[in-house]
Structure formats: structure tokens, C-alpha cells
Design a protein around this ligand. Structure first.
Ligand code: F6P
Length: 359
């Protein structure tokens, strides 16, 4: 059996369903199979910046009921790059050494970082600079981390968006309306494409495929001519206006996408005369009870991450590939951002089903 270790685990970036299930799996495997100690680092790297470092010892009884729980018991943040950390006086300060010192003060042998591509890139930079033994676990509802076919949180988000479409069908049909559902996904259209197909949407707009309002209106009219006097459209938040403008909510320092559903509704009403309504799903896609698939993925990734530490195979991320868990260098995973390929099977599926993609 490998020597006794003390490992840290943190969640970084936006929360999503399945994070607590990973914390549970890591703790079970590290404690039960190896007899190691597990420390949960609070609020991502912020916990390592705090003095004393903010961390809680995790044991089996504590994590036992975490399998289905949404969010993250450790807290997280998607703000504050530690290499250019915004201070209260407006100055940007490099706080990377404080994080590395926090890791050393906790006397950790290794750190499991659960994050999307942005968080994993930051954690890797810290690891390289400070000799941190890092293992990564991909999570993001956007499902855009390179190499891995799946990231934790995506399946639950697709389920939530699909359920929303299922519900919208009834109102759309009852009122002969065009119902537009705006979903998250940042620069990738995976949630819109998957949920749109699963929910039987008639139009799906994703940032990877340019659209024309005219094509959307023609599709609505074609359906009306066939006696289908209602339509459901799913649009990904990063889809731009026809003129290429990115729509954001409010005026904040960070970019918060939003508004494309309303824009499309106005354009469709103006150009086709159809009555439209918009639903913006927002953060409901990140919350709630995780789907069985996310629980399975979280469990498999958690165990595999502990095994990587046991083998001292650091600077690697666990990944899902071809029906099994594998591991890949973190550098490779963050190099290729995984948007929807316009030649993707699901794009072809959507076209084959007669779903309008706007092009
Ligand atoms: O990356 C996950 C995500 O939910 C995106 O889909 C979305 O654009 C963004 O985070 C929202 O971030 P915030 O929680 O900061 O509003």
C-alpha cells in the first residue's frame, strides 16, 4: 500500500450538480481504500489564500449523504484570477505565492482540483510554479473541456433544459405560439443541441452555426402551412444578433451573457407575425439534484483521481473516453476548447429530424 498521504480537494469555477458526489467519492476512496486524510479546501483557491488556510477535514460520515446534493459544500468562486487578483483598492495583485504557501502550510501531498478549463489552467499554472501535485477533474455544464467526452454537471443541465422544453410544448400548442427557451453554455452550444433534440424542439440556434432570421421565419411558416401552428426554439446564450453583436445582461465588469432569446422573439414577431414568448432558464440549469449519469460520472472520476494520486501520476486530468475513465495531461485537456463541431453527429441528427438550425 502506498505511504499515508494527506490530500486536499477544492471546487473551482461555477457550481454545478455532481460536485458533492465527487467530494463523496474522493473521500470514500481515499479514506476507505488507502487510509489517507482528506481536507476540503473552502471557496476554491481563496481558501488557500486565507490565513490560516480555510479547510475542513472530511470523513466518511460527513460525506455520506452528499451523493444527490446540488452545489458544493466547499463553496466555490468563478472570480479572481490569483495571478491578477482584484484588491479592494482597485489594484490587481499576483497572489499565487500565497496560495502555494497555503498548500504547504496544510502539509498536503497532493491536490484534487475540480474545475472547467479556466480553473484547470489556473490551477496548473500554480502547480507548476509551486510544485503542487495536482490532479484535475473536469466539471462544467457547458461540456466544453477538451478531450473528455463528458464533464460533471452537463447531463443534469441537459435534463433540466429538456424538462423545460417538455413543459413549454403544452403552452406553445395551446396558444399557437412560438416559445423560445434561452439556455446557458457560454461559447459552446452543447446544452442547446442536446436538450433541443431530447425535447423535440423545432429550431435550435447555437453559436457555432450562423443563422438568418429569415430562415427561422420560413421554418415557422412552413410548419404553420402544415397545420403545426406552434413552434419551440432553443437558443444558446452566446448566439449573437444577426449583425454579430454579443448580448449581455446589464453593465457589469464581467461578461454575463443574456438577451438573445428576447432579441429573437422581437425579430420573429416583426418578420413572421407569430406570437412569441421567452423563457430564460438561467441558473436553474446548475442546481438541484444531480442526474444518475452525473452521479455515476462523479463517482468514477472521484475514484480515478485518487488512483492517479496513488500512482503519483500528477499534472493529469481524469477524462471520459470510449465508455471508460482514462487520464490525460492537463495541458492537453485545456489546449483544445471543445465547441460543437458543425459536422457533429448530433448536428446531423438535428438536420435529419427536420430541426431548423437557422442556416
Ligand atoms: O460556465 C458555466 C456557466 O453557467 C455558463 O454557462 C454561464 O454563462 C456562466 O457560467 C454564468 O456564470 P455566473 O454564475 O457567474 O453568472
Amino acid at each position: 500500500m502506498p505511504e499515508r498521504k494527506r490530500i486536499g480537494i477544492l471546487t473551482s469555477g461555477g457550481d454545478c450538480a455532481g460536485l458533492n458526489a465527487v467530494i463523496r467519492a474522493v473521500t470514500h476512496c481515499a479514506v476507505d481504500s488507502y487510509g489517507w486524510e482528506v481536507l476540503g479546501i473552502c471557496k476554491a483557491t481563496h481558501g488557500l489564500m486565507s490565513r490560516p488556510p480555510e479547510a475542513i477535514p472530511l470523513d466518511i460520515t460527513q460525506v455520506d449523504r452528499l451523493l444527490t446534493m446540488g452545489g458544493t459544500i466547499l463553496g466555490t468562486t468563478n472570480k479572481g484570477d490569483p495571478f491578477a487578483f482584484p484588491m479592494s483598492n482597485g489594484e490587481l495583485r499576483d497572489r499565487s505565492q500565497e496560495i502555494i504557501a497555503g498548500y504547504q502550510q496544510l502539509d498536503l501531498d497532493a491536490l484534487i482540483g475540480i474545475g472547467g478549463d479556466g480553473s484547470l489552467a489556473i490551477l496548473r499554472k500554480l502547480a507548476q510554479q509551486g510544485g503542487i501535485n495536482l490532479v484535475g477533474i473536469p466539471k462544467t455544464i457547458d461540456n466544453d473541456v477538451g478531450i473528455t467526452e463528458r464533464s460533471i454537471g452537463f447531463d443534469t443541465a441537459v435534463n433540466i433544459a429538456t424538462e423545460a422544453i417538455d413543459r413549454l410544448h403544452f403552452t406553445a400548442a395551446s396558444h399557437s405560439r412560438v416559445m423560445i427557451l434561452e439556455v446557458m453554455g457560454r461559447d459552446a452550444g452543447h446544452i442547446a443541441l442536446n436538450a433541443g433534440i431530447a425535447g423535440g424542439a423545432n429550431m435550435i440556434m447555437i453559436p457555432e452555426i450562423p443563422y438568418k432570421i429569415e430562415n427561422i421565419c420560413d421554418h415557422i411558416k412552413k410548419r404553420q402551412a402544415r397545420g403545426q401552428d406552434y413552434s419551440i426554439a432553443v437558443v444558446s446564450e452566446a448566439v449573437c444578433t444577426e449583425a454579430g453583436e454579443v448580448l449581455e445582461q446589464g453593465h457589469f465588469a464581467d461578461c454575463r451573457l443574456g438577451g438573445i432569446g428576447q432579441y429573437l422573439a422581437e425579430q420573429i414577431t416583426q418578420k413572421s407575425g407569430a406570437e412569441t414568448r421567452v423563457t430564460v432558464l438561467g441558473h436553474t440549469q446548475r442546481g438541484g439534484i444531480s442526474s444518475p449519469l452525473d452521479r455515476i460520472l462523479a463517482s468514477a472520476f472521484g475514484v480515478a483521481a485518487v488512483e492517479l494520486i496513488a500512482q503519483e501520476k500528477y499534472d493529469h486530468m481524469v477524462a471520459w473516453h470510449d465508455r471508460q475513465v482514462t487520464s490525460v495531461p492537463i495541458a492537453d485537456a485545456i489546449k483544445d476548447y471543445r465547441a460543437v463541431n458543425p459536422e457533429d453527429t448530433l448536428v446531423k441528427t438535428a438536420r435529419g429530424l427536420g430541426i431548423c438550425l437557422g442556416d
